[in-house]
Design a protein around this ligand. Sequence first.
Ligand SMILES: Nc1ncnc2c1ncn2[C@@H]1O[C@H](COP(=O)(O)OP(=O)(O)OP(=O)(O)O)[C@@H](O)[C@H]1O
Length: 875
Amino acid sequence: MLALRDATTRGSVAYDNAELVRAAAGLLSDDPELLAQERRRLEHVYVDELADTDPAQMGLLSLVAGGGKRVVAFADPDSSTYAFRGADPTAVGTFTHRFRTASGAVAPAVNLHTNYRTGGELLAATGRVARRLRGPAGHRAQTPAAEVTSAVEVRTFRTGTSESGYVAHVLRQAHLLDGVPWSRMAVLVRSTVLQLASLQRALHAAGVPTVTQAEDLPLHLQPAVAPLLLLLRCALEPDRLDEEAAVSLLHSPLGGADPLGERRLRQGLRALALAGGDPRPSGELLVDALRDPAELAAVERRWAAPAKAIAALIATAKEAAANPGATVEDVLWAVWRASGLAERWYGLTARGGPVGDAGEERGLQWRGVAADRDLDAVVALFDTAARFVDRLPGARTEIFLDHVFGQELPADSIAPSADRGEAVRLLTAHAAKGLEWDVVVVAGVQEGIWPDLRLRGSLLGSERLVDVLAGRADAAGVAASLVGQTSALLDEERRLFYVATTRARRRLLVTAVASAAVGGSDHEEQPSRFLHELMPVSESDEDADELPVGRLPRALTLPALVAELRTAVTDPASPAERKRAAAAELARLALAGVPGAHPNDWWGLRELSDDRPLVDEGEPVKVTPSTMESALRCSLRWLLERHGGSPPASAAQGVGNLVHAAAMLAEDATVDRGQLLEYIAGRFDAIELAAQWMAGAERARAEAMVDKLLRWLATNPRRLLAIEHEFAVRLADPLRPVDLTGRVDRLELDADGRLVVVDLKTGKTTSVTEAELAEHPQLGAYQAAVEAGAFAEHGDETGGASLVQLGTTAKEAKEQAQAAVGEGEEPGWAGALVRRTAETMAASTFHAVANSRCRVCPVRSSCPISGKGRQVVEP
Ligand SMILES: Nc1ncnc2c1ncn2[C@@H]1O[C@H](COP(=O)(O)OP(=O)(O)OP(=O)(O)O)[C@@H](O)[C@H]1O
């Protein structure tokens, strides 16, 4: 702490760990009194992970514990993985010479050969990896302490999905069958950025609880921190605000948009731009809107809100950064306060705490835990910012951002990690160092990812300094040095893999994807060479290079088991023996109350609860002309829709309804057009449109329909009797009386004094063909109603019925007229059709009939002839 204080007050630009250690060493060597005091205080000094120490740490150690002090250091040269932070594995070899005994003799070195962690099979496999490492080998022979069983499994998969499915399966198996607690299992990956999130989602979906500890992720990747940093970056470096950044800001907690919201916003911006003759794609418009939110005022408030919030925060950041003397802390604070996230997350954390069993509370509690974690991460960000400001007063925020984004691994943390409950830990191989679990999965071990042979360096390049000091850097040949660096990297990656695989006590699973390039794509994924290294050397040369391919077994869930047993029992091809065994298992599950196990639960085997007709004989059947067509087309759909299968009618009016309502005002062509348009304009805003940007076009369509109606009225020779007239009439029949009820748009009188029913259609595709028109059920039913005396006050002779198509793309309204029923060869056809419909509606059996509307049928999932509803009839 002293060193730290001095390092900062002396205005040093000490910034990485090695520099801090160096500052402490400097302080001690400058002050003999302090050094003596320290040396007196330390009687025994223990060093763990000696192979990961860097020269500065060794210097400090020499100061406080050199000269014959009691120092014990532990090292495994094969697990040194911090060379990129300046660690020097050769410190292990020179240690006994450097830290001599009090008498000046070389210190003793002891090799520990007993392994208490695991058993023979695992040791043999990890030993094969270690064998390929350069360096001392004397310590490598290890024997297990006891006869424990251990197992290694290497598997490759064709896709990442099946890989994570298999990983989930193995974890569930260990938990459910072998009783391993979730917290004694872990999944290790090489790269947080590439692998962690997708794996976590897949495991979660498969019912494996996982936990990624915040401290396992570098700061800039933590979900709560990433959007704040991105926002700062975009505010300070405007070029950074591209479409990708804009979208992730909108979807972050700072924006709060969902995918639908984003689409609506894009559509809105594009409609506006197009209206102004600007043809740019919506991505560019989105970026512009975040820079200058003026445009957003014209977009519907609901969809514009996330973008407005982000634009405001960007402005806040810019403003804060423009203040003279503003530090990164000030800027961050301004943005954080303006975001309002603090209040929201604190509200949620109040519900956090340990996760109990009460199912309902659980969701809230998880959200509370997540909010806790997010707040922790933001606090860590402020800590980092404060340290940065302390060390580099006056440095610009951009430099801070570079620094934070440059971190590949979580910063060292001395905070103890909280116990996050019973869950499988998901972490990087680096973070797994020093830990162990009963079951360890090392996933995604792909060539190119692990080993990752891209040359890299630390902020200050300290690892190269180490090379120079150790005489490894060849000043003469850069190429030679590059080769050297690459092979050193391969060693380091292999050691990291060794660390990962040696974390397992009982069971190790290592997986990768092996996918051949498909078609012209050169995207081929290869398992890492490390997988081969784990495998025992094969006897025959033929399959020496073959890695075992993994197959996804049945999911270890009750429903999957029940499904498999049921298939075995009912499959005609399965042998009698197997059927009997499956039936016995099902019986056992049924006794235990497992849903779906007892044949009583199998839909296909259930007795009908009631086989009486829907309407008792002699009772009237209610038929409305508008549903006749549907009932005749497929009576099952009609039945299901009628009894809860269709979504409730929306209260909001559509454009068609609005035009219908306006048409009620239009008795004939003398009506005032302006009045109709005013009517439409006045109610237009109440319409639920698919998108606000469609409003212009939809309104034009509504107005066009009104104009078509007016022009059609001008040519319509008949006289209006009633508009929107309701009727109810009984078609008498001793067995099956029919109550025909409904409403007609227009009831008109033709030149011969006969009644004509006119139905206005506002849909775009409601036209019918000539053939369909002759027996159009709805029109026929109107005619039958007329004949049965539904409009007795006006007469009971029908002159036909018409559809007037207003909504099609045609310029003029089209009248489609059905001839009067009495004029045809079969005068009673309409009444007969109504009776037939009534029979269908009152029946005890309803038929599913395949037809052109099946594709959009809302009750497909209950239809036996649709693939989706097969379970309705099959056991
Ligand atoms: N003498 C012992 N008797 C029984 N168990 C032991 C003994 N020594 C260590 N173990 C157990 O063996 C396991 C590994 O021990 P430890 O973590 O100390 O090894 P390590 O060499 O530091 O491992 P690494 O550096 O690879 O993480 C632990 O579970 C520990 O409890």
